[in-house]
Design a protein around this ligand. Structure first.
Ligand code: NAD
Length: 387
């Protein structure tokens, strides 16, 4: 191929620190930024569960805590966090937790700075102003990559639809990616969050808006996750695999920002809205099926993904070995199926319409029809198990 590279722009200003123990840098960073009274958004009890989180918070005595219950954030929760931030006159924000906490913190800082309610930002008509207080994100899952992304995914409680927003000004100023914080993540949450990272990295390579910068980061993320994800689910105490998975997640977040997610996120998010399932679980449920449809339009891109996954060349050049390699990872993770989580055949038409209405479909290599979305769900529903 001798085509020129299409023009692109990137805006990725997050200061990243990666490595075991970097969460201990929190106190120093806040001091350097002149923050004495940060709002800390975290899951209730995470400081008792993860020693590193407790240690990092002990270094910030002036912190005001906003503890959320487990579960993905709603616009009501964001509005509450935003008013807490404004009322307590906090001079910074710290998010410690998975994507749910980080997205809550990003959206709350926006609401506190520019006025609520959160839902007014989902129209796409509001101009974003630079935030007046810094945000530090410390992920404890691996993960969403939200620590480096300009997105926040928030559910509208009235419709149960994920009403996300994205803007470079939503990004954190610092991402402290400390793999040690993920060592105690239970196996199922490890599998769900890890497959989300792998899916984001694969999507970054195959969507219409892919760029060579994103490809480079995404393919290394795929390579790391393909090896590390089954290992961290089999043995959560494997420190080397945890470290590689945390880096894969960080890189998938960067790649997703340079490029985007794809059809797997649209199919998955429709499931999340309808059934209230964890985000990563919904993505893994339909990942292989969405890849199997999209590979037909950009097989050469899926061949590159297959190489990164470590799949032996089968000479077909049709990208199918990437799908088989992902199915094999899902099998090793003993990943749930649509049938095992209780998805009903009579819901498939509504799910397909929901998936088609989702933003990420717009960047699929070739536009999807509702019939194709329904066929992908139907194929996933037909799986008895992952053997
Ligand atoms: P999560 O934040 O919902 O966390 C899942 C569960 O794991 C929670 O109960 C949490 O308390 C627990 N947990 C977190 N860290 C733990 C640890 N170290 N040990 C034990 N338990 C721990 O899950 P997630 O997958 O990280 O985030 C999902 C959310 O992120 C969804 O709302 C999704 O839409 C969003 N998301 C956002 C982006 C983005 O770029 N903004 C990208 C992908 C997904």
């Amino acid at each position: 191929m001798s085509e020129p590279i299409s023009p692109f722009r990137n805006h990725l200003p997050v200061k990243i620190r990666f490595g075991d123990g970097v969460s201990a840098d929190l106190g120093g960073i806040l001091a350097d930024e002149g923050v004495g009274r940060p709002l800390v958004v975290m899951d209730a009890g995470l400081d008792e569960l993860i020693p590193g989180v407790g240690d990092a918070l002990a270094a910030v005595p002036g912190a005001v805590r906003f503890e959320k219950d487990p579960g993905e954030p709603t616009s009501d929760l964001v509005d509450l966090a935003g008013s807490t931030l404004a009322d307590a006159r906090c001079d910074g924000v710290v998010a410690i937790g998975g994507g749910s906490c980080m997205d809550t913190a990003k959206a709350a800082r926006l609401v506190a700075g520019q006025g609520g309610p959160y839902m007014r930002y989902t129209s796409g008509d509001v101009d974003y102003q630079p935030p007046s207080v810094p945000l530090v994100c410390i992920p404890t899952t691996a993960g969403t990559g939200s620590e480096v992304s300009g997105g926040a995914v928030i559910t509208d409680p009235a419709t149960h639809i994920k009403a996300g927003i994205a803007n470079p000004l939503l990004r954190a100023q610092y991402a402290l990616v400390d793999p040690e914080l993920t060592h105690g993540l239970p196996p199922r949450i490890t599998a769900y969050t890890g497959i989300d990272a792998l899916a984001q990295a694969i999507a970054a390579v195959i969507v219409k808006v892919a760029t060579p910068v994103g490809d480079g980061i995404a393919l290394e993320s795929v390579r790391l996750a393909a090896d590390a994800l089954p290992r961290v689910v089999a043995d959560g105490s494997d420190a080397a695999a945890r470290s590689r998975m945390a880096c894969a997640s960080l890189m998938a977040g960067l790649a997703m920002n340079i490029s985007d997610c794809g059809s797997e996120h649209s199919l998955g998010q429709a499931l999340g809205g309808r059934y209230g399932l964890p985000h990563g679980l919904t993505i893994g449920l339909v990942l292989a099926e969405s890849m199997d449809r999209d590979r037909r339009f950009v097989p050469e891109r899926f061949e590159r993904v297959a190489d990164a996954l470590g799949a032996p060349d089968d000479g077909s050049k049709d990208g199918s070995r990437a799908v088989r390699a992902v199915r094999d990872i899902l099998r090793r993770l003993e990943f749930e199926t649509l049938a095992s989580v209780g998805v009903q055949e009579e819901d498939l038409a509504e799910l397909s319409a929901g998936a088609l209405a989702d933003n990420f479909m717009a960047v699929a290599p070739e536009p999807w029809s509702e019939a194709e979305a329904e066929a992908a769900y139907r194929s996933a529903l037909a799986l008895g198990d992952r053997r």
